[in-house]
Design a binder for this molecule. Structure first.
Ligand SMILES: [Zn+2]
Length: 396
């Protein structure tokens, strides 16, 4: 067995995040952890922009009446944080859907306005028992890459196809193979059986059109609609269900959502709830273990480190440091307090992808000695910058 470290250990060693007794189930993100968080945020936003999503942000604290209307109060109350504010009960939202529906309702929507894709990187709270909390995998507070797509019946298939393509693109970049599952009608399902059957056929067709292999997960759908599971296999051979795309006919009913069709008649839209990687917390926890801290360049909190061989190259190292910074490359300098091998070792332990050593020879040649994946090369600074920028933008 190879030595596999828990994300909490790696997080501590690489200064990514920490956990404190005063906030069970909620991580404290350190600067380096936030770099990963923000890079993922940036990437998901890019994908969403490309696919014509609109981003919204809704309140974290809401009156319980909203959840009574959505049905969450009845079924999910025990998992919510509820408390008194001026003699009224408020809740911390456990999901974004009901508030997204309120945004939908602020306008009369026409069939031409659909699909309307409202994305929200919402911060959510769910009350898990403190005994089951653990690291980033079981948390009480988390951020989801959530979206709700309001669409006509005839748009469901193409919306699912588009979600599947986004998912493929996202995980391909990370080199994580995805397997798909179609979760069908459970025994205690709500709504019309005929509607369910039709919906399952549409989802099957979307999967078929995309050419993706999938399994049927019989009876594993939510009570309000069928869903597609995205399962990821990590480097340790573990399977993770990180995200789903879920069809829902219930919230549109409960909120009486409408759009006006070609004949001027009101119709109910369908909702697709979707997340590509689920929660930032669980996903970053998984990635940390999957890569064992050696993140790909675009995600690495520190992408390069400069190591001057002696005090004499300090100025030259600073010059390169500034050039890297100006080019948006995250970098640090390990000053010459410790021996050279010790500083190189430290950079390796910190899993910094590119270790840049500069000595007398490099200063003279205006070059850098690059250590990357156990290979050493001497290259010019401009060449290195171009190479790094390319690798970062391609998310290799
Ligand atoms: Zn939702």
């Amino acid at each position: 067995m190879s030595e596999h470290k828990d994300h909490r250990d790696i997080g501590r060693k690489l200064d990514l995040f920490s956990f404190h007794e005063v906030a069970p189930g909620a991580p404290f993100w350190h600067h380096k952890g936030m770099v990963i968080f923000k890079e993922l945020e940036k990437y998901i936003r890019e994908l969403q922009d490309k696919n014509n999503y609109q981003e919204i942000s809704t309140p974290i604290m809401v009156k319980k009446s909203l959840f009574e209307k959505s049905g969450h109060w009845e079924f999910f109350k025990q998992n919510m944080f509820n408390f008194d504010v001026e003699n009224e009960i408020y809740s911390l939202k456990p999901m974004n859907c009901p508030e997204s529906a309120l945004v939908y309702q602020t306008k009369i929507r026409s069939y031409r306005d659909l699909p309307l894709r409202l994305a929200e990187l919402g911060r959510l709270h769910r009350n898990e028992l403190s005994g089951v909390l653990g690291g980033l995998f079981r948390v009480r507070q988390f951020t989801m890459d959530d979206a709700h797509i309001y669409c006509r019946q005839d748009q469901i298939k193409s919306e699912f196809t588009s979600i599947l393509k986004m998912t493929e693109e996202f995980y391909k970049k990370l080199g994580l193979p995805v397997s798909y599952g179609l979760a069908t009608r459970p025994e205690k399902a709500m709504g019309d059986k005929k509607l369910w059957d039709e919906a399952e056929i549409i989802l099957k067709e979307a999967l078929k059109d995309t050419g993706l292999k999938y399994q049927i997960l019989k009876g594993e759908g939510a009570f309000y609609g069928p869903k597609i599971h995205f399962d990821i296999k990590d480097s340790l051979g573990r399977t993770w269900t990180l995200a789903t795309a879920q069809l829902d006919f219930q919230i549109p009913e409960r909120f009486e959502l409408e759009y006006i069709d070609e004949n001027g008649k009101p119709q109910r839209p369908a909702i697709i709830h979707r997340a590509i990687f689920g929660t930032f917390e669980r996903f970053i926890g998984m990635l940390t273990e999957h890569f064992q801290g050696a993140f790909p360049l675009w995600l690495a909190p520190v992408q390069t480190v400069l190591i001057p061989v002696s005090e004499k190259q300090k100025e030259y190292a600073e010059k390169i440091y500034n050039q890297l910074k100006e080019n948006g490359i995250r970098t640090e300098i390990y000053e010459s307090g410790e021996t050279l091998p010790k500083r190189i070792r430290e950079a390796e332990l910190q899993k910094i992808p590119y270790i840049l050593v500069v000595g007398k020879k490099e200063e003279k040649n205006e070059s850098i000695n690059v250590r990357h994946k156990n290979k050493e090369t001497e290259i010019k600074i401009e060449e290195l910058i171009e190479k790094l920028k390319k690798e970062i933008s391609e998310k290799k």
